[in-house]
Design a protein around this ligand. Sequence first.
Ligand SMILES: NC(=O)c1ccc[n+]([C@@H]2O[C@H](COP(=O)([O-])OP(=O)(O)OC[C@H]3O[C@@H](n4cnc5c(N)ncnc54)[C@H](O)[C@@H]3O)[C@@H](O)[C@H]2O)c1
Length: 430
Amino acid sequence: MSKPTATETALIKKAADRSAVFGVVGLGYVGLPLAVEIADAGYRVIGFDVQRRVVDTVNAGRSHIQDVPTERLAPLVKAGRISATADPAALAKADVISICVPTPLSKTRDPDVSFVLAAADAIGGVVRAGQAVILESTTYPGTTRELLMPRLQKTGLTVGEDVFLAFSPERVDPGNPIWQTRNTPKVVGGVTPACNRVLRALYGPVFDTLVPVSSPEAAELVKLLENTFRSVNIGLVNEMAIVCDKLGVNVWEVIEAAATKPFGFMKFTPGPGLGGHCIPIDPHYLAWKMRSLNYKTRFIEVAGEVNSEMPLFWVRKVGDRLNDLSRAVRGSKILVVGVAYKKDIDDLRESPALDVIRLLHQQGAEVSYHDPYIPALDEDGEHLESVPLTKERVAGSDCVVIVTDHSSLDYGMIRANARAIVDTRNVLRG
Ligand SMILES: NC(=O)c1ccc[n+]([C@@H]2O[C@H](COP(=O)([O-])OP(=O)(O)OC[C@H]3O[C@@H](n4cnc5c(N)ncnc54)[C@H](O)[C@@H]3O)[C@@H](O)[C@H]2O)c1
């Protein structure tokens, strides 16, 4: 084992007495909950975000993220444990910088690492000996070493001696009341053993359990495996939904019965398709990387194809229900219930509801929607606002399509008043 440098020892001491200052880059769904946990562990946090609105909201002690109650954020801001800034120069004061910026796909479905690069450049402008940098954004294996490391070393600093670098995937599950940032085990993969030692000291007080792995590439792949696992298994049950439909069998009955097997089966449920910032996107980061190495990741491709066909599958069901009423889709009033990408959250990103609405519009339907968490949306050039979920609205619609099964909605009322229902989540149970 290499002897710890004085810089490593000093940073570990700053972790022990909590005098280390954290910078969190990107105060969104991942960054803000992380900032709160870090502050709760006793550190001071400087949040850096490029959006002025986000910075002002946080500095006013208000939370713009559903999983972070304002009552939890406000006292931390008031006590000076969390502050926000739009000035990247403020990161010079941070001993540790956690990067939580978006990693979307480009129009051609290739990784768009421009936000990571912008953050890395901002950090590269302030980096000094004695800092640690942790990338949290989901990305392809190699990003930490290939994109971040050169920017930290360009001023002559050496990673593992003067500065410390690691990848630690964020695993937040928005809306999950049990598994939150602190109690979800945190994987960390440093570039060198010294980076792992420093990370363990810094993040140890923040998370209940740390899971060190031997490299940033391993940590990057952990996240991609987790999300590819979900995408593939959701793809499998979605295909099973199509299979059961063709065979005239109730897919949910089959899945519930299969799930009684106490070993060797894990329950996934079919639905309108994938949504959110992670599962529809992350596997493509791996597929892209492997294409560059001349390897085609077949499971990822097939799951992506099946999952992205689901909105069309359900829109066809709307056509079938309307046909039973001797109506065409064109000119019919369709009420979409739930548009967030999953239940009980306010996130619309990549939501399959948007595809459902677009496909129905294309067929000439008059679409309205209700979602208690999403007051308005824009899709396909149309601006829609959530309508109240009333008996009259339900009864006045030709078909109700339940896309997101928010817990607070009155499904009994929908069942009692709708002329036709397409239930993509089995919330009406059969
Ligand atoms: N949302 C989730 O459930 C989730 C879960 C696990 C992992 N992730 C991953 O975490 C990362 C962040 O996702 P998110 O959902 O928090 O995104 P988000 O869009 O909610 O937040 C990102 C924030 O970063 C800011 N930002 C963008 N570029 C910046 C820059 N150069 N400097 C400073 N701030 C910048 C944006 O203004 C925004 O406030 C992504 O890689 C995502 O895949 C997300």
